[in-house]
Design a binder for this molecule. Structure first.
Ligand SMILES: [Zn+2]
Length: 288
């Protein structure tokens, strides 16, 4: 009898522990964003103003969930207020619109520095010589559930929409990439044929970008993307949301792969550049 009582109690405790987070999330989502918070989203999320109402509503809900589940830590005296919280959440959740994925399930903490932050780097060369250096970073994404950002640069990206650079989009693209188990430029895509075309298009455009970087040729994609396949995916994500018209013109097949993956077309809410983007000489895609 006593054993039965204990089994019942343990079962109830496990059920409560499993249901409690869902109940808390439901409660948080029932509380809509305040007018002042919506104003921050509108001000600092690329494209929010041009989005159709259903996408805006989706973004708001994703942001509510992000704010409920993720912890922010201000570093070097930075105070975390709604401006910081909403700006970062609004940009990060842009990558999740229309997609069935959860809200960065592996991420628990966003650390925010006032500006670029120094991190120690340890390099070992072929002869085994260890060099300790310190490197200035704007952002970092960790597989253990942390993203680190420079608030200065987050704000700059919000102000300079269309520049092609957005540190939040970049670091959260790394988070999506790592959901597949490794950070290699191939996020979780679903079926095998999606991986085939993704690998064919991305590896070709990655090789082309490496050549552009080597020969100092201008490209719509930042040359930093030539560093590795993971950086290529993160840089191409920034370009997809920040310069969609130019990316579609000069990397049509890459743009098509990102359309399939992100399930939104940022051209719909981004004005095309006034002058055609003739400075990028080569169209990568159709005929290679
Ligand atoms: Zn990166």
């Amino acid at each position: 009898m006593e054993a039965l009582l204990w089994t019942t109690l343990i079962t109830v405790a496990i059920a409560l522990a499993m249901l409690y987070p869902g109940w808390r999330l439901k409660r948080a989502l029932a509380q809509p964003l305040a007018a002042a918070q919506l104003a921050i989203l509108a001000r600092n999320s690329p494209a929010y103003g041009g989005m159709p109402p259903d996408l805006r509503a989706q973004l708001q809900r994703l942001v509510q969930q992000f704010l409920h589940q993720k912890k922010y830590i201000g570093c070097e005296g930075l105070e975390i207020d709604d401006e910081v919280r909403l700006t970062i959440a609004g940009q990060a959740c842009l990558l999740l619109l229309n997609r069935p994925s959860r809200v960065y399930p592996g991420l628990h903490t966003v650390l925010v520095y006032p500006s670029a932050f120094l991190v120690p780097r340890r390099q070992v060369d072929a002869a085994g010589v260890v060099t300790e250096t310190r490197q200035d970073l704007l952002g970092e994404s960790w597989g253990d559930g942390r993203v680190v950002l420079s608030w200065d640069h987050v704000q700059r990206a919000a102000r300079e929409e269309g520049s092609g650079h957005n540190v939040v989009l970049h670091e959260f693209a790394h988070q999506l990439d790592s959901e597949s188990g490794s950070n290699n430029g191939a996020p979780y895509l679903g079926n095998r044929s999606s991986y085939r075309s993704w690998a064919a298009v991305l590896s070709r455009d990655f090789a082309n970008l490496r050549a552009d970087a080597l020969y100092q040729q201008q490209s719509v994609l930042d040359h930093y993307g030539a560093t590795s396949p993971a950086e290529f995916f993160a840089v191409a994500t920034e370009t997809f949301f920040e310069k969609p018209h130019q990316m579609a013109d000069f990397h049509p097949e890459l743009y098509a792969e990102f359309l399939k993956y992100y399930r939104v077309d940022p051209r719909a809410w981004t004005a095309a550049p006034a002058a055609p983007t003739a400075q990028y000489g080569t169209v990568y895609g159709e005929w290679q």
